[in-house]
Ligand binder design. Structure first.
Ligand code: IPE
Ligand code: MG
Length: 234
């Protein structure tokens, strides 16, 4: 969810007004994906690097998360949405930790869609945390494989993302789902997050539908290469 600051500057507003406008866009976006039957939606809200922003902005972002949960929780719950958090929860203020845990507890049996909030999340931090827990569990080296590492990540039993959409125009991953995104399709749009609407979602999904995902293999129409010669022999 990038571009809040630029959205605000465009209007001569403080950056935090952009972040607030960004939170006001959540309902519209979540509803659209849920309506399309998307089962897992992850929102990258705050990275482990975002602590390096000015104190006022960091405090504002923490306050906004608190407000968003308070404002949206019942609405999400009534709509069958399960909330999960990924990231270093222990790095957040205790009251916020409690609030996040209560939200997950309340919605844990909901089935329509899983909404994953990446807050104080970093892909590298996640891998560091996984390795630490893996060693602490005394896992022998020969038992370490991709499936095992996946199971030690915050995303444990969640599927890998198919599509990663970045608003705000940058063409980088910025430490998002590094392991899980290995074969995700990447889509970048210059639209700022507060403006990202149903039509922009449709465009992203249409682009995704036209991608050819090969996961390292050859495309289907070339997998019998070399092609048979005229008389049918190779
Ligand atoms: C929101 O957009 C991303 C968050 C860290 C909350 P930005 O704050 O990065 O907006 P820009 O990139 O300055 O426009
Ligand atoms: Mg940015």
């Amino acid at each position: 969810m990038d571009g809040n600051g630029r959205w605000a500057r465009q209007r001569g507003l403080p950056r935090l007004a952009g972040h607030r406008a960004g939170t006001e866009n959540l309902r519209r976006v979540i509803r659209r994906f849920a309506d399309y039957g998307v089962k897992f939606l992850t929102l990258y809200a705050f990275s482990t690097e975002n602590w390096m922003r000015p104190k006022k902005e960091v405090e504002g972002l923490l306050r906004l998360l608190r407000q968003v949960i308070r404002r949206e929780l019942n609405h999400l719950h009534e709509n069958g949405i399960r909330l999960l958090h990924i990231g270093r929860l222990e790095g957040l203020p205790p009251a916020l930790q409690r609030q996040v845990k209560e939200a997950m507890e309340l919605t844990r049996f909901n089935q329509r869609m899983t909404l994953i909030i990446a807050f104080n999340y970093g892909g590298r931090a996640e891998i560091v945390d996984a390795v630490r827990r893996l060693l602490a569990a005394g896992i022998p080296p020969e038992e370490v494989d991709e499936r095992l590492i996946s199971s030690f990540l915050y995303t444990n039993d969640l599927p890998d993302p198919d599509l990663i959409i970045r608003t705000g125009g940058e063409m980088r991953l910025s430490n998002f789902l590094l392991w899980q995104g290995a074969y995700a399709e990447f889509y970048s749009t210059s639209v700022y997050w507060p403006d990202f609407d149903e039509n922009d979602i449709d465009q992203a999904l249409l682009a995704y539908a036209n991608r050819k995902r090969r996961f390292g293999r050859l495309p289907d129409d070339e997998s019998d290469y070399p092609p048979p010669s005229q008389d049918g022999r190779r």
